[in-house]
Design a protein around this ligand. Sequence first.
Ligand SMILES: Cc1cc2nc3c(=O)[nH]c(=O)nc-3n(C[C@H](O)[C@H](O)[C@H](O)COP(=O)(O)OP(=O)(O)OC[C@H]3O[C@@H](n4cnc5c(N)ncnc54)[C@H](O)[C@@H]3O)c2cc1C
Length: 353
Amino acid sequence: MKGSHYDIIIVGQGICGTVLSSALMEQHQKVLVIDDGNKKAASKIASGVINPVTGRRIVKTWQIDTVMPAAVRMYQALEKKLGTSIVKQCNIINFHPSEQMQKAFKDRIAEDPTYLSTQPLPNTIAAAFEAPFGHTVIDPCWLVNLENLLHYWRQKLIEKKAFIEDVFDFKKLESKADHIVYDKYTANKIIFCEGAKGQENPYFKQLPFAPNKGEALLVKINGLDNRYIYKKAVSIVPWKDAVFWVGSNYEWDNYNDDPSPSFKEKTITALNEWLTIPYEVIDHIAGIRPANTQRRPFIGMHPVFKNIGIFNGMGTKGCSLAPYFAEQMTEHILHQTPIDNEATIDRFHILAP
Ligand SMILES: Cc1cc2nc3c(=O)[nH]c(=O)nc-3n(C[C@H](O)[C@H](O)[C@H](O)COP(=O)(O)OP(=O)(O)OC[C@H]3O[C@@H](n4cnc5c(N)ncnc54)[C@H](O)[C@@H]3O)c2cc1C
């Protein structure tokens, strides 16, 4: 059977493959997406939060002033295109865990109040938590409904005959001077968006991948306001109706991708100390974040195999970073415009496999 020719083949339909295929199709590229349907892919486990400030030092996250508006714009456009809800503003109520952190937030607000506010809590929320050290609201934060985004984008691709559910087989990939051949298909370029599996990719496994595992409990909490995210030792994130996603942890060593009893135990202890209203654990999920030692994306075309590229390395921040960089990668593919210095794979010395 004669195969088809594509402008771009994309391997993986997590958040990266989704937004990159969307950005390329916006530019009228003929795209084929191949995904193996792994139910434990990071994008299916993630809570979907876009949080502009992080850490004990309360710093703005890398490039947030640029990437957050770009992400919201792209998600809102996809929302219209797909006819489903994908993004909503959902501020974080950050409960201070200690007097020291209470002071750190106070000092930070005095110095630079961007993204922080001290608005009082509605009574029902104040009553639902033990909060001896007060709170700060992180504003604006956004919440991405990854389940809707991934599902409805996949349906759109299927409708356009641009999707195959299969495991990509590297033995069937050949790199030619000005195109690639994969099985019965040909394409001008192929871009790998495999998430943590990227560390096994023969063309890119030299990159300093350092994936880590994260887990979450899905917890029913009747009566808790689902217009906010709540954060202390763990985050409580609206998931569906009265169900909340509660996580997470970072496991770098000796992990598999199964939920662990120790995470469940620790998370239940944290909830018991924090929540004053009843809850019920209904599920426990785990996935592997495509993180790396530099905490910056891996984006660009292979220096030797010019038609083979990568769009990966989003670590803990796929929801905020992927849309902006998908547009940058699209421009790079179509017009050879440069990729951000800190995100391009040109910063590494990659050899042929
Ligand atoms: C517990 C947890 C919480 C998180 N919370 C957040 C959050 O709140 N906000 C945020 O921004 N980020 C969060 N993240 C990080 C986020 O999940 C990642 O940054 C993002 O999902 C990475 O997307 P990706 O498309 O690169 O990878 P993935 O989601 O892993 O997608 C890769 C896809 O490629 C497919 N694939 C791989 N190899 C092959 C192959 N050979 N053939 C075919 N298909 C293949 C996989 O099955 C998968 O579908 C969280 C992650 C975890 C684990």
